[in-house]
Each structure stands twice: as C-alpha cells, then as structure tokens.
Write a protein that binds this ligand. Structure first.
Ligand SMILES: O=C(O)C[C@H]1C=CC(=O)O1
Length: 94
C-alpha cells in the first residue's frame, strides 16, 4: 500500500540545540535505513520549508502508523497522509 505523507517539522526553541541535533541525526539514520528497506520510497524536501513529501510502501495502515510514531522527530511533526491508488492512465505500475 502506498501513502503520500506531508511532514512539517517544528522544533520549538525550548528544545536545547544539542538535543535537537541528536534527534535530527537519529531521524536521518532511521530514514536512511527505511529507504534501504524499501518502505520509505521517496523523500523530497519542500523547497524553502522545514517540511517534506514522502511516499511510504507498507502493508497496512497500522504499519504506517507505527513507522511514523517511531520517527525521532515525530513529537515535533505535523503529518498529513493521503492514500494512493493506481491511476488508470499511468504507464508505471507501482
Ligand atoms: O527533514 C525532514 O524533513 C524531517 C525528517 C524526515 C527525514 C529526515 O531525515 O528528517
């Protein structure tokens, strides 16, 4: 199942820089691991914003929920999810 995620990150100033840097490093490591596994298919920065559009390929809504909640930056993210279906005119089959 493919899902488009729009993630907007907002780390408040009250979070110490060292902790924020550690969370970002941990997030990067996990994001790269999930990309290698094929579960995090696309990761695109939204130009000019601390936000991304991502495509996840998971087995279920529950797996997506667990994956998103496991992200170190999850507490500082606003996430919007769109379920994707095959477009009848698309050449590529996902
Ligand atoms: O930077 C972001 O968009 C937030 C998050 C998603 C992947 C990652 O490494 O950080």
């Amino acid at each position: 199942m493919l899902f488009l995620a729009h993630m907007q990150v907002n780390i408040p100033d009250t979070v110490p820089t060292e902790r924020a840097d550690r969370l970002k490093a941990d997030e990067k490591a996990l994001a790269q691991e999930l990309q290698k596994s094929g579960k995090w298919r696309h990761l695109w920065r939204v130009a000019g914003q601390y936000a991304n559009y991502s495509v996840f390929d998971v087995e279920s809504n529950d797996e997506l929920h667990s994956l998103l909640m496991s992200l170190p930056l999850y507490p500082f993210m606003k996430i919007e999810i769109t379920a994707l279906a095959q477009h009848p005119s698309a050449i590529a089959k996902n």
